[in-house]
Ligand binder design. Structure first.
Ligand SMILES: Cc1cc2nc3c(=O)[nH]c(=O)nc-3n(C[C@H](O)[C@H](O)[C@H](O)COP(=O)(O)OP(=O)(O)OC[C@H]3O[C@@H](n4cnc5c(N)ncnc54)[C@H](O)[C@@H]3O)c2cc1C
Length: 443
């Protein structure tokens, strides 16, 4: 690289896996960064279902941005809601009207649930995109269990979507029900139904994995209902497109996602599938070489012309790559097309049950081997926010290995990730319950 020409100031919207990876890399090189996120913490989405089913406290999967960037003095954290993206002027407008302008803009605002216009879904279904969402669902399940008679089916849950999110939350819910029955908190478990329009669970996986997921979930007590679409969601029931209904107070939406809503505030951006920002192979936005879009908010082209999936490893790697391209440009070099190192696809169905497909030929694995693959990839994803990945590894092996009925506790999780006792590491999680706003854990 040649000598640096000018001092850049990179404004990053979003402190998820993509934004944190980008800011980290730039901070390592002493570049001035302003990272803007509505939350003062980073959240690790792959473990949200653990929070929703009382197996981990919300604090264990969230870490304050300030703690993450403690060793990076050039990275400034700004906690605020972004109202508008101004691509032309490389600026963000915050909800209080303040503007932040940089030499480069990195959009890493992530995704939100896509309800595909299903009536009542946005109002009545529980999404699982943030620790606040997971905490809201946990409290709802808790109060349902405490206040209702399971014999009347009050604990029955419908999970919409049979992809990894739907399968993982369904698996965790069956474990929760089993544990509550084993500890005599419930007389019988609630019924967990997983609905999908397709003809298999984990549709993007191989037939072998479809069968494995189906068999394991069924054995754990869930009821996969395939080839069925959701027509409407009500407060007390779900209607299906075949005219049938299931009475339930709990619908969990894992049925699709689209770009974060703030993308709609920007002009001059081309959006495609899922309302995501279409980017060039080097991750810049067409016509704006100083604007990058990375992670779940972007349609990132793969070498074969397809679009890369919305995965943690794509988000993290695209974040680091965008930072490297900014560094290249600042040093007078050409940006390079993003090269994704495929880590495979995987899902945890429960204790002792995981499935993974890795490598160029998508080698299929099940059980402990698949779990080991899952663990390796997730430890790497977590390493962006935590240096103590060994604490995560030891918690995860313990979770995977144990006899489940004994371990699920009801209000506070028994087996925490031993991140350490630094009080600066405690995130400030706000849960809007609809009626009031409280801090997580203050139940
Ligand atoms: C339930 C669930 C389970 C998953 N499991 C896995 C898994 O096992 N393995 C895997 O590889 N991937 C998994 N994923 C996908 C993975 O988590 C995502 O691909 C990844 O987190 C995307 O990172 P990101 O940085 O693009 O977005 P995010 O992590 O969503 O970060 C976006 C950030 O932008 C902020 N933001 C958005 N809009 C605004 C605004 N207007 N103002 C201020 N801030 C804003 C948000 O607060 C957030 O912090 C899962 C996803 C979910 C939802």
């Amino acid at each position: 690289m040649t000598e640096q020409r000018e001092s850049p100031h990179v404004v990053v919207l979003g402190g998820g896996l993509a934004g944190v990876a980008c800011a980290h890399r730039l901070g390592d090189e002493g570049v001035r960064v302003t990272l803007v996120d509505r939350n003062d913490y980073h959240q690790f989405q792959p473990l949200l279902y653990q929070v929703a089913t009382s197996q981990l406290p919300a604090e264990d999967i969230a870490r304050p941005h300030r703690a993450i960037f403690r060793e990076h003095p050039t990275v400034r954290i700004h906690t605020a809601d972004v109202a508008e993206i101004d691509v032309e002027n490389l600026a963000l407008t915050l909800s209080d009207g303040e503007r932040i302008t940089g030499s480069h803009l990195v959009i890493a605002a992530g995704a939100r649930p896509e309800y595909f216009g299903v009536p009542g879904a946005a109002e009545h279904a529980f999404a699982l995109y943030s620790v606040a969402d997971a905490e809201r669902l946990r409290r709802h399940l808790q109060s349902t269990i405490r206040s209702t008679d399971p014999d009347e089916g009050a604990l029955d849950v419908v999970v919409v979507g049979g992809g990894p999110t739907g399968v993982e939350i369904a698996g965790a819910l069956t474990e929760l029900m089993t544990a509550l029955v084993a500890t005599e908190r419930l007389s019988k478990p609630g019924k967990i139904t997983v609905v999908d329009r397709g003809d298999a669970l984990l549709g993007a996986f191989s037939d072998k994995s479809h069968d494995y997921a189906h068999e394991r979930l069924t054995r754990q007590g869930a009821d996969p209902r395939l080839g069925t679409g959701v027509a409407a969601v009500h407060a007390d029931r779900v209607e299906f497109d075949d005219g049938s209904t299931i009475a339930t107070q709990t619908v969990i939406w894992g049925g699709g996602e689209s770009a974060a809503s703030v993308v709609g505030s920007a002009t001059g951006l081309t959006t495609g599938r899922g309302g995501r920002i279409d980017v060039q192979p080097d991750l810049t936005v067409d016509g704006h070489p100083q604007v990058y879009a990375i992670g779940d908010v972007a349609n990132i082209p793969a070498k074969d012309g397809t679009i890369l999936p919305q995965l943690g490893s794509v988000a993290q790697q695209s974040g680091t790559w965008a930072a490297d391209n900014i560094l290249r440009e600042v040093h007078g070099d050409k940006a390079k097309p993003f090269h994704y190192k495929d880590k495979g696809i995987m899902a945890m169905i429960g204790r002792n049950a995981a499935v993974a497909e890795v490598g160029r030929h998508r080698h299929q694995m099940e059980g402990p081997l698949a779990f080991a693959a899952w663990l390796g990839v997730h430890a790497m994803l977590l390493s962006g926010a935590h240096s103590k990945t060994d604490a995560f590894m030891s918690w995860a092996w313990d979770y995977f290995d144990r006899d489940h009925a004994a371990t699920v506790e009801w209000s506070t999780a028994p087996q925490r990730i031993a991140w350490g006792d630094d009080s600066a590491d405690v995130p400030h999680i706000i849960v809007d319950r609809g009626d009031s706003t409280t801090s997580a854990g203050s139940n």
